[in-house]
Structure formats: C-alpha cells, structure tokens
Design a protein around this ligand. Sequence first.
Ligand SMILES: [Zn+2]
Length: 246
Amino acid sequence: MIKSLDAQSFGRRDFLKAALGTCTITPLASLSLVQLASSRSGSLTKEQRDAMTPEQVIDELKKGNERFRAGKMIARDYLAEKRASATGQYPAAVLLGCLDSRVPAEIVFDTGIGDTFVGRVAGNVVNDDMLGSIEFACGVSGAKVVLVLGHTACGAVKGAIDDVVLGNLTGLLARIKPAIPATKFDGEKSSRNPTYVDAVARTNVALGLGEIRRRSPLLEELEKKGTVRITGAMYNLSTGIVDFVG
Ligand SMILES: [Zn+2]
C-alpha cells in the first residue's frame, strides 16, 4: 500500500515537472493555486495541498471568488483535471453549502476538479452524515479548511421562519430553527424582510460552526492543533461576494 502510494506521488511529481516545464525552477510552496492552475493542466497534488496552511487555503478561496466576480475565471481543461485526479484526490478544503442552485461552490470560488470537497443540503445544516463527511475530508483525506457557506435570500431559512410543515422537509427545517431565537434583530421579523432572513441565515452559519466543534471531537482537536481551520461565510446572490464571518 505504502509502495503504491509512493509510486503514485512520484508519478504526480513527474507530471507536475512536465507541466511546469524543465526551465521552470520555482519552488512549489511559493506557487499559489492560481499560478499552478495557469501553469499546469491538472488538479491539486498532495505536495501542493500539504504545503499550504489553512490561512493560505482560505486566501485562495477568496481570490477565486474575486476572479468569479470579475469574470476572470481560469480557463480550465476539465478533461486534464479529470485525468490528473483519477488515481487520487487531495482537496484543500471541505465546504458545507446550501442546496440552492444559485450557489455552486466550485463556480463561485473558481476551483477545479479535485480541489475541494463540497457537501450540499438545504439550509447548509450540520447533520450526522454531513459531519461524518467533513470528518472524512479532514481526518482521513487531509483537507485544511472546513467552510460552512450560507447565502442571502435562502429559501430554507425562509421556510424555517414561516414554520413550514411539509413531509421530510419539516425535520430539516427544525435544524435551522434554533437560529431564529438566537438572532438579535430590530425590525420586522418575517420571511418578507430580506434583511431579517439574511440575519437568521448568518446566525445559522455561526450555530453550524458551533455544532461542528461540539459534535466532533475529532475536528475540534484538529482545529486546536492548527491543522484545520473551521470557518463560515455568507454568499450574496446579487453581488457574488463571499463574506467570511469567522
Ligand atoms: Zn439556501
């Protein structure tokens, strides 16, 4: 097993050298994801991912969002990324986002195949299976950042505020409801008030971060050691801006 992993990483180093060209001697650690993406035709390698700190990963996500907003996304060769990642994946982050079709994480952060784990569920709620998936991403696969990504005008949050009762959705919305009394807000507290809806969504992200730490000793430990950073953000549907909430 160890031998095959070595062989695999050796193959990836060879591939990277070939992609960078023999005349390029830039040390790997000094290359950002953007530089790498523009100078190679593959996915994130283990060496590249492991060389990054959690803060650098967050910085790269912010830069990717800036490229998205500026309409300057990287021209990706998805087939090359598919080929490069087929034998192994080394994502730098795991994102827990909403089901909403307008918040595709890989697009709003301009990441490629193999760069990020993405779990999506309405209201970006932290349930047992999502928690297990995040533990796999960080504890087994080695991702450096856990990002809970809420968004403006979230229908699930509106549903929770309106106390919607509908099949299995009822149980899902119950996971969002603690964010309602926990939101301090002066003004009309209804799903018709976009400012209020966004305030509850923001609280929902903050409570989600607390849930992750409280219910996963594994992730809490990785965060204490500085191996992993657990953070949240709000995506604005209108502006495309991802606002990190800490
Ligand atoms: Zn939503």
